[in-house]
Design a protein around this ligand. Sequence first.
Ligand SMILES: [Zn+2]
Length: 270
Amino acid sequence: MNARAPHPAHDFTALVARWKRLARRVGRPLVEVARVSRQPVYALRTATETEAPGVYASAGIHGDEPAAAWGLLAWAEAEGERLREENWMIFPCLNPWGFLRNDRHDAQGRDLNRVFHEAKHPLVASWRRFVGASRFRLSVTLHEDFDARGIYVYQLGNGSRSLAQRALAAAARVIPCDTRTFIDGHAAKRGVIRPVRKPRFLIGEPEARRLWRRHAEGIVNLETPSEFAFEDRVRAHREFLACVVAQLRKASKRVPGSVEAVLPSARGAA
Ligand SMILES: [Zn+2]
């Protein structure tokens, strides 16, 4: 375990070792996109030859939300070689410095999920370069919340509405939904928040909002409650993603000849 990690859940070295192993299985490089505060930020892109919209997934932008990063890994490991047949862009852990220290923020004490409007920020500059002009059918961002009383999702884009609800129901078999009608400053219905506009109290641009404005047709953002058992939180993230992906694959089959319309096959689009 990395000497600085306070708990195995924050062992960034172990997390990266497993992503590297998985990348070898998939046959695609785990790319070092940036080095921020001497820690590498990696990404895995499974298809490079297609311009059809893919799917974006990320975790770990808040270092004190480790189950999201391990859940993303657990889901990806279960997919294995199948990832290579589809068009994915995955950021396994966007804030390794914070992840190692169980800290929400970066080394400068900033919330990285509020800086995506800053073109010169070292993480954001590299992220923007790597993402380029990519279009995503869907973006899945994974988080945890200390105040949450169950799992809940933020969702944007009409196409992803039922998808988000079904995926939340799948994850709710592990951790029940947060039943509050007002969560994190937003109206919520059975664990689903559909923010109509950027809340006034939100300063700066979060990753998901940047993706929504520039890159993605739909956004789903899962939050698991940090006070619940770690393994359950990891499983909730994994089940959520598995259900999202199952639905995308099913929809691809339903629309004949338009595999790339929903979850593009790298082979099909090449
Ligand atoms: Zn978060």
